[in-house]
Design a protein around this ligand. Structure first.
Ligand code: NDP
Length: 399
């Protein structure tokens, strides 16, 4: 018997809300609060009448006093932050003030610097612990399931993990020449940044998209993938003892990359404000406004995602290589919850993480990345709620 509040009403929030209703033994009440009330109401309409009491609210999640008022009025047991990474700290502040547990799927990023790091959120550790509150960081797929996979591999399959390669393949085709599968602003900021990977105790920087590899993904086929910096590299480097190297690769098609290069060359991906007809605008935000809304890609997207980790390490003194991954079908996701697989693979783990806090398995005062908590109930949840995992005992390594 618990009440969750979801902040945000975009692609990921839509999936998480459906999944909370599916897990109605735990989520008996739900409040969906976001900037645009009509999107919350549309979502409520789809989910009403299935045994979960749903309310909606308009909120500006950049405004701490407004959030605190809402939390005190609605009295949720947990707040699931499925808005944007810019709101992480304000929502954490409000949770501390109102005495509510917290969960998100992406680490804090200041709006004006395009640099994500855990340091800002890790700095809340003492305050959450002293208040007896739990904050779970990065409970999506990557970060999220990739961290849980790492904790599971360490708990059950390895004595030591030395290398992790995280491979994120989206083999989906939405038929547009250029569109992003989740928030375009966040997505473009991520892929135009310099690459970085962890090796021998330090991070090594690369030019954006400098390292390219080809890999054959089950359910998708051969794809080009590129080394990117991704936020779980920072937390896994800290939390997996004895780790020597962690890399993250994401697949991109040629059309996506050539459009992106062109947009970058003409300055459309910049986050520096410019003056246009007397008004200050940020080119990347303007670009977001003209690109298709990721939520609108759902009905058009065909194909599958294949995301997971290859682990290399030692078991009983012998070298071991082992892979865990999930395949998710865009069309099946859309049929089930009205969103494509990128939102699905993020919204399901958000619900699972929140349910584990609410049922006590992950209730632990302080601020935690998912790999710091028991992976077993989360792994069970993945199989139960639509993201079954697959083990490969003889995986192909990244060339
Ligand atoms: P969307 O852009 O589709 O949705 C974001 C929602 O947040 C919108 O409903 C938006 O409102 C709302 N919002 C934005 N700013 C505010 C604000 N100040 N106050 C209140 N509400 C606000 O994004 P997604 O659903 O695709 O992504 C949600 C989160 O999930 C992001 O943080 C993203 O980085 C993360 N993510 C994580 C992944 C993972 O694997 N870990 C993968 C994919 C995404 P409005 O409707 O008015 O625009």
């Amino acid at each position: 018997m618990a009440k969750a509040m979801i902040i945000g009403a975009g692609g990921v929030a839509q999936v998480a809300a459906h999944k909370c209703v599916e897990n109605r033994e735990v989520f008996t009440e739900l409040c969906i609060a976001s900037r645009t009330l009509s999107r919350c109401e549309e979502l409520k309409k789809k989910l009403d009448g299935q045994g979960v009491a749903i309310t909606t609210a308009q909120v500006d999640a950049d405004n701490v006093p407004e959030l605190v008022r809402l939390f005190k009025k609605e009295k949720p047991d947990i707040v699931m932050n499925l808005a944007l990474p810019y709101q992480d700290l304000t929502i954490m502040d409000a949770c501390l003030e109102a005495g509510v547990d917290y969960l998100d799927t992406a680490n804090y990023e200041p709006e004006d610097t395009a640099k994500f790091e855990y340091k800002w959120q890790w700095a809340y550790q003492d305050r959450f612990r002293e208040r007896g509150l739990t904050a779970i960081l990065g409970s999506g797929f990557d970060p999220g399931v990739t961290g849980v996979f790492s904790a599971y591999a360490l708990k059950h399959e390895f004595d030591e993990i030395h290398e992790i390669d995280i491979l994120d393949c989206n083999g989906g085709d939405h038929g547009y020449p250029f569109a992003t599968n989740f928030n375009p602003e966040i997505n473009i900021r991520e892929v135009t940044a310099k690459g970085r990977y962890y090796e021998a105790g330090k991070f090594i920087e690369t030019e954006p998209m400098e390292i390219k590899r080809r890999y054959d993904f089950e359910g998708v086929g051969e794809r080009d993938m590129y080394l990117l910096y991704h936020e779980e590299l920072e937390s896994l480097a800290k939390h997996i003892p004895g780790i020597r190297r962690i890399r993250f690769f994401m697949t991109f098609g040629e059309s996506y990359l050539s459009h992106l290069r062109c947009l970058q060359n003409v300055g459309m991906t910049s986050i520096e404000p410019i003056c246009y007809e007397g008004m200050e605008i940020i080119p990347l935000q303007f670009l977001k406004a003209v690109l298709p809304d990721p939520a609108s890609l759902g009905p058009r997207t065909k194909g599958k995602t294949n995301i997971g980790c290859i682990f290399k390490g030692l078991k009983d003194g012998k070298e071991k290589i082992w892979r865990l991954y999930n395949i998710c079908d865009h069309e099946a996701s859309y049929r089930e919850v009205g969103s494509q697989a990128v939102s699905y693979t993020t919204g399901v783990p958000a619900m699972i993480g929140a349910s584990l806090v609410l049922t006590g398995a992950w209730k632990k005062p302080g601020v935690w990345n998912v790999e710091q908590l028991d992976p077993d109930p989360f792994m069970e949840g993945l199989n139960r709620y639509g993201l079954p995992w697959i083990v490969d005992e003889t995986p192909t390594l990244v060339p």
